[in-house]
Design a protein around this ligand. Sequence first.
Ligand code: ASP
Length: 317
Amino acid sequence: MTQALPKVIIHGGAGSSVGHKERLLTLREDLHSIVNEVYSKAESGARARDCVVLGCQLMEDSPHFNAGYGSVLQSDGQVRMSAGLMDGEAQRFSGVINVSRVRHPIDLAAYLQPAADRIVSDYGAAELAREMGLVPFDPVTDLRLKEWMRERASNFQSAMAGVVAETVDVPADSESRRGTIGVIVLDGSGHLAVGTSTGGKGLERLGRVSDSATPAGTYANALAAVSCTGIGEDILDECLAARIVVRVTDGMDIATAFEKSFAEATNHGRDFGAIALSQWGQIAWGKTSEVLISAYHTGDGVGDTLELDSGTLTGVV
Ligand code: ASP
């Protein structure tokens, strides 16, 4: 077993605007503290998959992101959450789709990792939460409820809910959107894992399925791991996470895999972002949206993508 320097990258959504300076600073503080906590766990020798679950739980607990507590409401005013988890070493996917009243949807995905049936939805997810003995939890925040009521007043004209839960009242035509979370870890043994957790697009029709608990939004093998965020239908149409992982597996370096995949996405008019790690320790990100809310730990220090220019951009550190 080789001893490698752990690496971590997380995201808190992609969209059209982070908002005002104050919000940027709050987000940066949140992201940096979470990335540091996940890195410490990885540094202490924990497995990639366990570090990913911790990172997802921490982000699900933050009301600033659209996952767990602080999830957006669907068109009928209910929260339904989805999460996907993939262990790169085992190349094993598990997930939960449209679960309600749990605190950490990622815990259901983690519980299903060794199971014969590895993706469950709706009624089955509720049964699973009962089987796991989870205490019922109401993830609705006042801010998300207000956002939904504002949208109802304008007859649900917005394509998606806010990327970050607003800290102040914003006009109904606010451009800010989304806020799904994703975590990828390369552990000290050189193993990869990835998790993605979401409240969905927000305001969607009942029964709509997010990309997050599919290999389009969350995918990993021994060589690369990718988590996506943005318009789920666009991510599914590109099969983005699996597309990038397969390119790296077939010999393309991760920088080229991102450049090619995001050039294609631009040509197809897609609106999303993605983060990745390779087995060789490269940290990668890309976006067609204006902003990608992401932070990473290189082993030497923390960086983020909060103040990138708008438009299609990719990067590797
Ligand atoms: N991809 C998520 C969905 O479409 C939303 C997001 O990433 O913010 O459900």
